[in-house]
Design a protein. Structure first.
Length: 107
């Protein structure tokens, strides 16, 4: 089971708005948990354990795996952006030089 399946099992088809009220969590925060863009705090994790009917240890493992995947993605994107940055800067310099020439010709 992955994070998305765990959350779906805990949500049980209910709306984020109704769950936010029931669980005592701000709607935007719960929406972020459901979308997987933010990880639940401990209180909400306990609620997810109860609502999903899955053992707490298993829920923590699922959440830890999801968090590791999220962090890996951020690291990967950062590494890629650092590799592309010099090439992108070169491309910008060339584009600016061309634009300067176009402006001179247009005058």
């Amino acid at each position: 089971m992955n994070y998305e399946q765990l959350i779906a099992r805990a949500v049980k088809g209910r709306t984020v708005n109704s769950l936010a009220k029931e669980w005592g969590v701000p709607q935007k925060t719960l929406d972020n948990y459901v979308k997987g863009t933010r990880m639940p705090d401990f209180h909400t994790t306990i609620v997810i354990v109860k609502e999903s009917g899955i053992e707490a240890e298993q829920v923590l493992k699922i959440m830890a795996k999801h968090e590791a995947e999220r962090k890996m993605t951020k690291r990967d994107l950062t590494a890629i952006s650092h590799k592309l940055s010099p090439s992108f800067n070169t491309l910008l310099r060339l584009a600016n030089a061309c634009w300067t020439k176009v402006q001179r010709v247009a005058q």
